[in-house]
Design a protein around this ligand. Structure first.
Ligand code: KG4
Ligand code: ZN
Length: 341
């Protein structure tokens, strides 16, 4: 008997992107609509939660309608509705969740709640059609830095996480300190290409010898101290050099820990995920390190690294196939842990 195709309408609104997508059999993206609020939040130097919620409300109907239209399908054609229900900004999450619940109820479709980080990891399945567990995943975004051993679909063991700032948060804060504005990641990435990574020796924070945790707040302080010292001594500040030197310190630690974790777990595949995975230096250095160690390296295209709903549709597919169904009482959970429901 021929296997039935599974179509999922996915919704994502955990931070500052309102997104909807239609995904076929988990890995084929029929539409992927993203309405970004970044330009608006740039005015305030970061995401303003109340504004994010209001903008999600304004955008969500149109974004979902467009995702369905572009896929050439209707709500009735869907097998399930997948939605991010945590972690994230609670007011922002609630908008997507309320909308997904309303659609599930109106069209009588199953609802599948998705963990945002699981979504980021699953972007790799969309990018590489044959990619499958087991593998080591490094998830680096504005809110998270996690080293995750993925033993099977939906099975996650968190080996390490950040003890203070997330990698993307450090990029954003350092960018602000050197006058580059929000969001800092892409701006530092671009500036670093014109700078000298050996110009300033910033600390590499590896923590305890066997630790897989990260810490980026000390590095951020080191950059701030350096900038203040230069100013006080009336010495030149070269933002490109600071950007390149800071980025070097971040990337070196991320790559070293990921490779060590893969070796320790005996896996030969490494995947990158999250907004910071679109960083050109991290992509290149992780690729090199994987090549040197004979590891397969998976990395989503930049558009699948930053927040989107296609990755949520992929994660929802595997949850749906595993039998996960959520009730209309599903609530937003801003502190949701990976692997918990
Ligand atoms: O995954 P994401 O879109 O949202 C969260 O779930 O947090 O990640 C956003 C983060 C921001 O901190 C942004 O500065 C960072 O990803 N980012 C980058 C780059 N593009 C986005 N960081 C470094 N280099 C980039 N090219
Ligand atoms: Zn994200």
């Amino acid at each position: 008997m021929e296997k039935k195709d599974i179509f999922i309408l996915a919704v994502e609104s955990s931070c500052d992107e309102t997104a909807a997508a239609v995904v076929k059999n988990g890995r084929e993206v029929l539409s992927n609509v993203i309405s970004s609020q970044i330009a608006l939040h740039t005015l305030y130097g970061g995401v303003v939660p109340e504004i994010a919620s209001r903008k999600h409300i304004e955008a969500i109907d149109g974004v979902i309608g467009q995702a369905l239209t572009e896929s050439g399908m209707t709500l009735q054609d869907m097998d399930a509705i997948g939605v991010t229900y945590g972690p994230g900004l609670v007011g922002a999450l609630l908008v997507g969740l309320a909308e997904a619940k309303a659609l599930a109820f109106a069209a009588d479709k199953p609802l599948v709640g998705v963990h945002h980080i699981e979504g980021h990891i699953c972007a790799n399945y969309i990018q590489n059609k044959d990619f499958a567990p087991p593998y080591m995943a490094l998830v680096v975004s504005g809110g998270h830095s996690h080293l995750v051993y993925v033993s099977d679909y939906g099975r996650y063991e968190i080996l390490g996480h950040t003890r203070d700032d997330a990698a993307g948060e450090a990029y954003d804060k350092v960018a602000r300190a050197i006058g580059m504005g929000y969001p800092g990641g892409p701006k530092i990435d671009a500036a670093a290409k014109k700078g000298n990574a050996a110009a300033v020796k910033f600390p590499r924070v590896f923590l305890e010898e066997d630790s897989y945790d990260f810490s980026f707040s000390g590095l951020k302080s080191a950059v701030l101290n350096y900038v203040n010292k230069q100013k006080m001594m009336q010495l030149p500040i070269v933002p490109e050099d600071i950007a390149a030197s800071f980025q070097e310190a971040v990337v070196e630690v991320l790559v070293e820990k990921t490779i060590r974790a893969a070796k320790d777990k005996g896996v030969s595949k490494v995947a990158l995920a999250g907004g910071v995975a679109s960083n050109s230096a991290l992509r290149e250095r992780m690729r090199q390190a994987c090549e040197e160690n004979g590891f397969y390296f998976s990395i989503p295209a930049p558009i699948l690294c930053t927040d989107n709903a296609a990755m949520i549709g992929c994660a929802a597919y595997y949850e749906y196939m595993a039998g996960v169904r959520d009730g209309l009482d599903l609530n937003a959970n801003p502190g949701l842990k990976l692997g918990e429901r």
